[in-house]
Design a protein around this ligand. Structure first.
Ligand SMILES: Nc1ncnc2c1ncn2[C@@H]1O[C@H](COP(=O)(O)OP(=O)(O)O)[C@@H](O)[C@H]1O
Ligand SMILES: [Mg+2]
Length: 236
């Protein structure tokens, strides 16, 4: 077994007076896609935001490469190799594709140029639109850009918050292929999804979240969409 990148134990996060995350235990290993599935309000975004350092845990352990992440701000976590693609993409609509990628890189001008050009090689659909502004891209292209941006500092762990939200089925398949390709380079992927079908197709492991509580955690091969639906209904 490869050493875990991310290790979470008994994590609790309070939000708006409730425990939005209530006792999560998980491991993410290099090259593995772990899907966090659950309905709207289940706590998926809160979990990802806590890993990134935008929310503070009330208790529990949060470690990257065995190192305690609590007390490190989001910038420090980026530097440790965590990439983040927030829910709703959060692009700057007036920035071009190239600018969007460039500003996400924390290195000097030279590294930035190399990384932008490598990323455009990796995403030909974005290369064709390199000078176009984010607002003018299709939903699928915008999502692809948001994911590419999350890869701009060469992360070893990537957090993707609902990348298939609002996309047409064909575009969803492209997205899943991209997620597999990312994991294929040895990056650990934490994928939050309400879209259970696509999540099960792409994931190696699945954690089912209901009102902040994990009701199931195991191999994606052992679960189908109906079983996940039953787990969610039983918990709600
Ligand atoms: N900005 C916020 N302030 C207070 N409570 C919030 C905020 N965002 C989400 N919550 C609450 O936290 C819980 C989990 O929400 P969230 O993590 O966004 O779930 P999901 O991403 O699974 O839809 C919900 O009960 C929600 O109402
Ligand atoms: Mg969410």
């Amino acid at each position: 077994m490869t050493r875990p990148l991310l290790e979470i134990k008994a994590l609790q996060v309070e939000r708006g007076g409730i425990l939005a995350v209530d006792g999560i235990d998980l491991l993410v290993r290099p090259g593995v896609v772990l899907a966090i599935v659950g309905s709207n309000g289940a706590g998926k975004s809160t979990l990802l935001r806590t890993i990134m350092g935008f929310e503070r845990p009330s208790s529990g352990a949060l470690r990257m490469d065995g190192m305690d992440l609590r007390g490190k701000n989001p910038r420090a976590r980026y530097r440790l190799g965590v990439g983040y693609c927030p829910e709703g993409r959060r692009l700057f609509p007036g920035m071009t594709v190239e600018e969007t990628l460039a500003v996400a890189n924390a290195g000097g001008a030279r590294e930035r140029r190399t990384r932008v050009s490598a990323m455009l090689d990796r995403f030909p659909a974005l290369a064709k639109k390199r000078g176009d502004r984010a607002w003018s891209l299709s939903g699928g292209q915008q999502q692809m850009l948001a994911i590419a941006r999350a890869l701009m500092n060469g992360p070893r762990l990537v957090l993707l918050d609902e990348p298939t939200l609002g996309l047409a089925p064909m575009t969803v398949d492209d997205m899943l292929t991209t997620v597999r390709t990312i994991a294929g380079t040895g990056v650990g992927v934490l994928l939050a999804e309400q879209n259970v079908g696509p999540a099960l197709r792409v994931a190696d492991e699945v954690l089912v979240l209901v009102r902040g509580v994990q009701v199931h955690y195991g191999s994606a091969d052992d679960l189908d969409v109906e079983q996940v639906a039953r787990l969610i209904l039983a918990g709600e």
